[in-house]
Design a protein around this ligand. Structure first.
Ligand code: ADP
Length: 414
């Protein structure tokens, strides 16, 4: 009997076998049988013509309808169904046909079914990839939206806080003036000091918020002038000397090649960036530890390294700490203060530092093995700053023209 006739003969048994296995419930089975019938017709056509491509249209339709209803593509793959089709054919052939006819029938349909599996795998893989790329794009967009909301929030909050804060500062200055002649230990002096401390801290936070918002909107203006990194580090070390002494932390500053070279940069901003890193090193180092400021000269760059013996940072968080509000650990953990052990902060210091350094063409990164409050593995912050022999701004370059031309920049601090 020719294969075509044999296929027609076993069709009812195949359709019933497959629908019993794969379709649950009478209603579904009925619909499924119609689909199976279509499939079978095409299978016969493909066997007749020797061209399995005729199956593609129906396979596309099935794949599309399955993937549209099922978000999890892995679950909705057509492959296990096609495998069941082959198994039912095999069972019918072994149970109902004699060996030679069975082999002949299987030999005719297997290439078509193998094509169907290969084709479906390809189409599904493409769909899976498309879906994956779409999800990735959606997550990227929602991250971008989140980033924009953070940025908008900071900028609006900072500007809304600025006016009342200026009023409080003004009134507390007036109070200070009114009570000027009253003794230091008087109750009113203590109260005024309390208001001043609070407003000072709030001013620092609002200033940080304004800085972040300027960096986010690329509005940070750098005032390039000749500077010496060694001198800025001296100033910072001096500023933290007393605080470090009260906490029994040794601050060591090594002089390194290049630290005394004159380079162009925004002195105030670079000071702010270095100050943030050293202040964090003190803040996250327990009493009795040490902070070392070191560095080296690289071709075209100066590297400043701040090493502490503090609680360290888990490598998983190395990128996060440079993001806005990237403070780690629970919010309630922090005591408040810029240099107290684990002193609080809104998590804006490092993003500002990074923004300032990047605006100069530099960068910052951290090295730390782990976070451990007890074992204290420490952290190493690396700051890379380009050495500039002239400011990037032409107007400023004109101002320093004579010294730039001779290559002898005057020491800015003499
Ligand atoms: P904050 O205002 O909280 O200090 P930063 O942006 O300066 O914000 O730092 C973000 C977070 O990075 C900190 O809250 C802290 O968890 C972590 N961090 C920064 N510097 C160090 C350090 N030297 N050692 C350990 N953790 C640090």
């Amino acid at each position: 009997m020719p294969v075509r006739e044999m296929l027609q003969k076993i069709k009812p048994a195949w359709i019933s076998g497959v629908s019993q296995r794969l379709a649950k419930g009478e209603g579904t089975r009925l619909l499924f049988r119609v689909q199976l019938d279509n499939f079978y017709q095409l299978l016969i056509q493909a066997v007749d013509s020797g061209n399995p491509i005729v199956m593609n249209g129906l396979l596309d339709e099935w794949i599309q309808s399955r993937t549209q209803t099922d978000v999890n593509l892995q679950k909705s793959t057509l492959i296990p169904i096609l495998e069941q089709f082959i198994l039912v054919f095999y069972e019918i052939a072994t149970e109902n046909l004699d060996q030679a006819v069975g082999l002949q029938t299987l030999g005719a349909i297997l290439p078509v079914l193998t094509h169907a599996i290969g084709y479906s795998t390809q189409v599904e893989a493409r769909l899976y990839l498309d879906q994956y790329l779409k999800q990735e794009e959606e997550s990227r967009m929602s991250l971008e939206r989140l980033e924009r909301s953070k940025s908008d929030f900071i900028s609006i909050a900072a500007h809304e806080l600025k006016t009342p804060l200026t009023l409080i500062e003004g009134y507390s200055a007036m109070l200070r003036e009114i009570f000027r002649d009253i003794k230091d230990n008087d109750q009113s002096q203590i109260l005024i000091k309390g208001i001043e401390n609070g407003t000072h801290r709030l001013r620092q936070i609002v200033d940080d918020m304004i800085d972040v918002s300027m960096i986010d909107n690329q509005l940070l203006e750098l005032k390039y002038q000749p500077i010496r990194i060694g001198r800025l580090l001296d100033l910072i070390q001096r500023e933290f000397h007393d605080v470090a002494a009260t906490r029994n932390i040794a601050i060591e500053q090594n002089s390194f090649p290049g630290s005394e070279e004159t380079t162009f940069g925004d002195e105030e901003r670079i000071y702010q960036a270095l100050h943030n890193v050293v202040s964090n090193a003190l803040k996250f180092t327990p009493d009795g530890g040490s902070v070392t400021i070191d560095g080296r000269l690289l071709p075209g760059f100066l590297e400043i390294i701040v090493i502490d013996t503090g609680i360290g940072i888990d490598p998983i968080n190395h990128a996060r700490i440079f993001e806005k509000f990237g403070r780690l650990g629970e919010a309630s953990r922090h005591s408040s203060g810029k240099t107290k052990f684990m002193g609080g902060g809104p998590g804006l210091g490092l993003p500002i530092t990074k923004g300032i350094l990047e605006a100069h063409g530099g960068t910052i990164w951290v090295e730390s093995e782990a976070h451990d409050d007890v074992g204290c593995p420490g952290s190493k912050f690396h700051i890379l700053l380009p050495i500039r022999k002239r400011p990037p701004d032409e107007k400023m370059a004109k101002l320093f023209r004579s010294s730039i031309q001779t290559g002898e920049l005057k020491d800015p601090y003499k």
